[in-house]
Design a protein around this ligand. Structure first.
Ligand code: HEC
Ligand code: HEC
Length: 376
């Protein structure tokens, strides 16, 4: 109860009610509050502002916007938005937290180097591919886990429309589609709560452990500062906060295409079998994704090789691809691909036929297909 009251007070301070924000409807107000929460730099429990604190004890960033700049995708260049997930490690938990509040020890630093390999297309064109190899610098929580999965923050643009399209689909159509890089969340609230818990160390009523991803083998951080005081019922954050964040995400417009229709480019896209997964339309939505996860083969598999889901990834939506490419690429779940050609050549598994079609295309047709992708 007290948590909820604190949250309300914090919300009013955050939007500065009476201080010039003039939303036109209740929904706008939620989105405005949500945006300030998304940009908010969370503070440690016990700091002077007790409004809605509770960051940590372990965290990866202090704000959503640190990884999803402006709701956009992460950039590998400076490591922003990159995290390392584990298959529930007894020491490190579900994710490597590279930050910790004062008096606590971070689990280590995340460093990435590159393994390079070359592919040769049918017409002799050589393409250098790079795959990330992660390392934990100064591991602080115990023996380094054998397996991990690097993930780069995806763009959040248009997620509200995806939610609407999935909501309008029949139960049968919507089954298996969803949010997160493995499509493992049926609702948009899922990855938001997960982000609060794993990335920021903030608990919600559904994930109430105030120590976040700190495991039973990390006793110091289990007793470290957090935002729930003795006698408090509930979690560090009330549902109001999660709902405001959701309202902001739902308000983020879908990416707009950079170029007009290109029937010839689209024909090549369909002909190569890309649309089997990058389904152009989902109801009203033109996102070029079926929002399902598919087996993309060994090359993109990571985490525990014994995990049957290791090679499965959600079809990356191709809307906004042109802007992503203009911003330096960072394609695929870990940002390894620097352009569309590299991204396509990493496809395997269920997409083997499509890669083969791409690899044998005459240079002019391939250029045309790539131009189509750049216009999305
Ligand atoms: C430390 C970096 C980091 C921070 C901070 C972070 N995220 Fe993310 N976000 C990620 C990564 C990485 C993924 C992909 C995770 C996965 O599904 O494997 C992701 C995925 C998501 C998704 C799913 C997107 C989709 O396409 O399905 C949503 C929604 C999201 N984040 C919202 C948030 C919100 C809201 C916050 C703040 C509460 C936040 N994130 C903070 C890195 C971050
Ligand atoms: C079997 C399903 C499937 C087929 C067929 C397929 N893709 Fe993909 N595509 C995916 C998945 C899944 C991802 C995400 C992989 C990852 O995150 O590592 C992806 C990612 C991409 C990306 C990276 C986008 C980004 O923002 O990171 C591009 C570009 C792409 N595909 C283009 C194509 C093209 C062009 C074709 C046809 C030649 C094609 N794909 C065929 C499933 C498929």
């Amino acid at each position: 109860m007290r948590t909820a009251l604190r949250a309300c007070a914090a919300l009013m301070i955050l939007v500065g009610l009476g201080g010039g924000v003039s939303p036109t409807s209740a929904r706008d107000l939620d989105a405005v509050i949500g945006e300030s929460l998304f940009d908010r730099v969370w503070t440690v429990a016990g700091a002077s502002n007790r409004g809605s604190d509770g960051l940590g004890p372990l965290f990866n960033a202090r704000a959503c916007v640190s990884c999803h700049a402006g709701g956009g995708a992460g950039e590998l260049e400076d490591g922003r938005g990159l995290v390392l997930r584990f298959p529930d490690d007894p020491h490190y938990g579900r994710q490597l937290q590279t930050g910790a509040v004062q008096g606590q020890e971070a689990e280590g630093g995340l460093a990435v180097s590159w393994r390079r390999e070359e592919r040769v297309l049918d017409d002799g064109t050589r393409v250098e591919l790079r795959a990330p190899v992660w390392r934990i610098e100064e591991p602080g929580a115990g023996p380094v886990p054998a397996h991990g999965s690097l993930r780069l923050a995806p763009s959040l643009a248009g997620l509200g429309q995806v939610e609407t399209a999935l909501g309008a689909a029949t139960q049968e159509e919507a089954a298996g589609r969803g949010f997160g890089l493995k499509a493992d969340h049926a609702s948009l609230a899922g990855p938001v709560r997960e982000a609060l818990l794993l990335d920021l160390g903030l608990s919600t009523p559904e994930q109430p452990a105030p120590w976040g991803d700190c495991t039973a083998l990390q006793p110091t951080c289990r007793t470290g500062p957090h935002g729930v005081e003795p006698g408090d019922a509930g979690a560090e954050l009330s549902p109001t906060i999660v709902n405001a964040l959701l309202a902001y995400l739902r308000d983020l417009p879908a990416p707009r295409p950079l170029a007009g229709p290109d029937p010839e480019g689209e024909r090549l896209f369909m002909q190569s079998g890309c649309a089997a997964c990058h389904q152009p339309r989902l109801g009203e939505l033109v996102a070029f994704s079926d929002y399902r996860s598919h087996d993309l083969g060994e090359g993109l598999a990571d985490g525990d090789p014994a995990d049957p889901q290791a090679a499965f990834w959600r079809t990356a939506p191709l809307w906004g691809l042109g802007r992503k490419l203009a911003n330096g690429g960072f394609l695929l779940h870990d940002g390894r691909a620097r352009d569309a050609t590299e991204a396509i050549l990493w496809h395997g598994g269920e997409a083997e036929g499509a890669v083969a079609a791409f690899s044998v295309m005459p240079a002019a047709a391939r250029a045309r297909l790539l131009k189509f992708l750049e216009g999305l």
